[in-house]
Design a protein around this ligand. Structure first.
Ligand SMILES: Nc1ncnc2c1ncn2[C@@H]1O[C@H](COP(=O)(O)OP(=O)(O)OP(=O)(O)O)[C@@H](O)[C@H]1O
Length: 378
């Protein structure tokens, strides 16, 4: 049976260096929860604290109602999949998967049946008698996954499980992992620094930076409504423009970007006032080509045709550089290097941040325990 995981106020330091200052999160029962962040942000440290390889100095972690701080590793009820597969080279595929069941003294016929069922789930039953050295990386990772979940643990932990695979296999195995996770509905904590991987498999993503969770939300919300500029810049590309608020009343707001482009939007928080200096953040696909001057334009410095879309790097007259994606379908005009393009912005899609990088869009929260409350109080 799977369980929720409750993390409260945990801390980790190495010597004088604080790696995780004070972290809390609620991971829901049965969800695919991903820790995403740049190298060194503390995601592996957090996963290893849940696994019990690293001591919890302060705070608590609970599986369901049970605080696990003092539960030894071998008694914590989870399965784990590592980057380097970590399957036993001297055992066949079948023996590798059966190992945990034998350890738990599951009767032999029952263990054999469950092993076969699990091998079928990961599509490896035809290789049951093989040794790991005769398997591809993708096949080894399928076995590692089968071995982790055959014991019916409460929780599944995965530490960069796709990092050693080539690009095509990464897509195949991540789909297999997502399918099986959904089928058995096990609470899963998954660590990756690869945003596409996180966006494609997760129910919710926690974006981390410097030991702190910046935002917890669905993949769509993380991409479309980032809580702060770090999330906007780390997940996908964002173009930033300084802007001034012209008006904001009764749900209608207006902004002027440096350079003169004006933008009407009805998504600003009510406390944003005329005269406020803000930052407008625009995804490359949220520019629209205009047929007359708008106050926002750029000259094509680079064009890359990528099949489904064309990516342009533009230089604008104010010394800014921005990245614009346009559909590459047959009806869309392709621009040449040196062409000047007049642009508009899709007002529904832009994000707006204050001077400290926090969102000014109505209703967007970080969902980090304690964080929004603190923000609301300040
Ligand atoms: N045993 C250790 N002693 C000292 N510092 C450590 C130790 N282990 C990790 N760190 C530091 O703690 C920080 C967090 O490391 P961690 O491995 O959790 O990051 P990560 O987000 O998983 O990064 P990556 O994606 O590179 O694995 C890093 O700055 C790292 O250098």
């Amino acid at each position: 049976m799977s369980v929720p995981i409750t993390i409260r106020n945990i801390t980790k330091r190495y010597g004088d260096t604080v790696v995780i200052p004070d972290l809390s999160a609620d991971i829901h029962d049965g969800e695919f929860f991903t820790l995403l962040g740049p190298s060194g942000c503390g995601k592996t440290t957090l996963l290893r604290m849940i696994a019990g390889f690293i001591d919890i100095e302060r705070g608590t972690i609970a599986f369901g109602d049970q605080v696990i701080n003092d539960v030894p590793v071998y008694k914590r009820d989870y399965g784990m999949v590592f980057q380097n597969y970590a399957i036993f080279p001297s055992m066949t595929v079948e023996k590798n998967v059966m190992f945990g069941l034998e350890n738990r003294k599951v009767p032999k016929t029952d263990a054999e049946r469950r092993t076969l069922e699990m091998l079928a789930k990961v599509k490896m039953e035809h290789l049951a008698k093989r040794f790991p050295e005769n398997l591809s990386g993708g096949q080894q990772q399928r076995i590692a996954l089968a071995r982790a979940i055959v014991i019916n643990p409460q929780v599944l932990l995965m530490d960069e499980p796709l990092s050693n695979l080539d690009a095509k296999l990464r897509i195949e195995i991540r789909q297999a992992i997502a399918d099986i996770q959904r089928e058995i509905g096990i609470t899963t904590v998954y660590v990756t620094h690869d945003q596409e991987e996180a966006l494609s498999v997760s129910d919710r993503i926690a974006v981390m930076n410097a030991g702190e969770i910046q935002q917890i939300a669905s993949p769509e919300a993380i991409y479309r409504r980032p809580f702060n500029q770090f999330v906007a810049g780390f997940v996908g590309h964002s173009n930033s423009f300084d802007a001034t608020v012209l008006e904001n009343a009764g749900g209608r707001g207006g902004l002027r970007l440096a350079g003169g482009y004006t933008l009407a939007l009805d998504t600003l928080r009510a406390d944003v006032a005329a005269g406020d200096e803000v930052v407008v953040s625009v995804r490359p696909e949220n520019f629209v080509v205009a047929d007359s001057p708008t106050g926002l334009s750029g000259t094509v410095r680079l064009r890359q045709f990528l099949g489904a879309h064309v990516q342009y790097i533009l230089d604008d007259p104010h010394g800014r550089e921005f990245l614009v994606n346009q559909s590459a379908d047959f009806g869309t005009r392709l621009f040449e290097i040196g062409d000047s393009i007049d642009l508009g912005l899709d007002a529904r899609a832009v994000n707006v941040f204050d001077g400290s990088g926090r969102t000014l869009i109505e209703g967007v929260t970080s969902n980090v325990v304690g964080n929004d409350r603190a923000a609301a109080a300040s």
